[in-house]
Design a protein around this ligand. Sequence first.
Ligand SMILES: C[S@@+](CC[C@H](N)C(=O)[O-])C[C@H]1O[C@@H](n2cnc3c(N)ncnc32)[C@H](O)[C@@H]1O
Length: 215
Amino acid sequence: MIGKILEKLRRSAPAVTPELERRIRRSFDESSADEEHFPSTIDPRIYHVQLLLRFFGSLENGRALDVGCGKGRFARVFAGEWPTARITATDISTAMLAYVQPPLQACAATMTTLPFRDGVFDAVYATESLEHAVDIERAVAEMCRVTRPGGKVAVIDKNAEHWGKLKTPEWERWFHRRELEKLLGRHCRKVDSQFISYWEDVPPDGMFIAWLAEK
Ligand SMILES: C[S@@+](CC[C@H](N)C(=O)[O-])C[C@H]1O[C@@H](n2cnc3c(N)ncnc32)[C@H](O)[C@@H]1O
């Protein structure tokens, strides 16, 4: 079943052409002015934040990478929690990155070609950004490549079973739980996933999934 989904994904995925990449970048550059839908801050009590904090643990003197960081709302909370960590935030949109200020390190890059050496990060995560990568297999491989052995990789994104419930651009993809588990499992020795909601005491409605992996 999952093999078939991955095969279908491979055949139906549009190629990441320079033209498509330009269109995606332009679209998010424009969206950066929309603070309501692309916020620069996040309430740290939101479970998406709390789950990542608990999963990564203390990152004292460690290095973390936010992939497709947008305006850096997650990275900013983590910088407050881990004052001695070096946190790098990457995004394809320079207009989004304009919101990412020190102590965060901003870096313009596409998640399918991350400009970092192998194994340099202790923690790597992507929140609602992998869905825009187009070449999902390559983006997952890149996230895992730059994670050190024993380091942690997390993805929070939307469930393919809820596809159609929100308006989406034509390049966006949502994921089946097992599908991303399998992709992460190619590079990581432990992979788990769970449905999550915004608040810990509210049962998940199935829209969001967190995939948590250890390399
Ligand atoms: C919905 S926003 C999420 C931003 C952020 N992770 C958050 O949770 O606030 C998606 C982000 O992914 C970025 N993005 C889209 N395609 C990308 C790519 N190929 N490489 C890097 N970033 C990308 C967009 O520019 C945008 O900032």
